[in-house]
Design a protein around this ligand. Sequence first.
Ligand SMILES: CCCCC/C=C\C/C=C\C/C=C/C(=O)SCCNC(=O)CCNC(=O)[C@H](O)C(C)(C)COP(=O)(O)OP(=O)(O)OC[C@H]1O[C@@H](n2cnc3c(N)ncnc32)[C@H](O)[C@@H]1OP(=O)(O)O
Length: 243
Amino acid sequence: MTLQNPPVNSLSLDFLTEFCSALEKLEMDKSCRGVILTSGQPKVFSAGLDIMEMYGKSPERCGEFWRAVQEMWLKLYSSNMVIIAAINGSSPAGGCLMSMTCDYRIMADNPRYSIGLNETQLGIVAPFWFKETMVNTVGHRTTEIALQLGQLYSPTEALDIGLVDKLVPEDQIIATATQTMTKWLAVPDHARQITKSMMRKPTIDKLMSKREPDIQNFVSFITKDPIQKSLGLYLSMLKKRKS
Ligand SMILES: CCCCC/C=C\C/C=C\C/C=C/C(=O)SCCNC(=O)CCNC(=O)[C@H](O)C(C)(C)COP(=O)(O)OP(=O)(O)OC[C@H]1O[C@@H](n2cnc3c(N)ncnc32)[C@H](O)[C@@H]1OP(=O)(O)O
């Protein structure tokens, strides 16, 4: 699957809806046992959640957006398929979350790229299921530091902490992902799927049992004046940096 939402693959409501529907089709296709997730945009895997979906929007619209973010995470994290992330660009916040739901992460070894959950840098807080996905990936202590600082890691740093599994030159990323997929698909599906589910079920069940309160929590947090102000400042910083 190639992410195509120019310019930076930000995760808008429309894009998330289209993504989930495409993933669901693959999940139901018995001939599809694995997916390589990559970006069709230069330099960026995904810029994370579309900040415009969280800025100046009605509570109803924010709730609809958050349900779509939850759906994307649930579909990816609980997929029966082998999902390999070929991270061919920067992958902050929601982009990092998306990468962490995959079974294996291969990143281009370009020092200009970065990956991590940088929410606190925007004045917002990574929700519990973002946090738990990271704990499940790199452990508790590393997550505590990463989340409080809103740390973005270079590919080498990400490899050191186990946030990605392999670095390769960018032009070898798909070939490496394909070789890796062959190895993963050599394991009998039922045994691998049950094992994956055993590892991830507690985190998935926790969000499933708290979906509505999590939406309420998000809407009440994101629509608060000081949070809207922080997002506004961050957006103008992004635009200014460009000029
Ligand atoms: C206790 C209660 C807790 C309850 C929970 C509450 C809240 C938590 C909620 C949400 C969690 C949030 C998760 C997120 O994912 S937030 C998004 C974070 N993303 C970022 O910080 C990335 C920002 N972008 C960048 O750093 C760079 O754009 C880039 C990805 C490194 C790419 O750089 P490049 O130089 O290639 O591009 P530009 O910077 O010039 O960007 C082009 C263009 O796109 C706009 N843009 C970039 N990122 C986003 C985005 N995430 N959303 C919307 N728009 C984005 C950028 O402004 C430019 O726009 P322009 O109009 O100027 O062309």
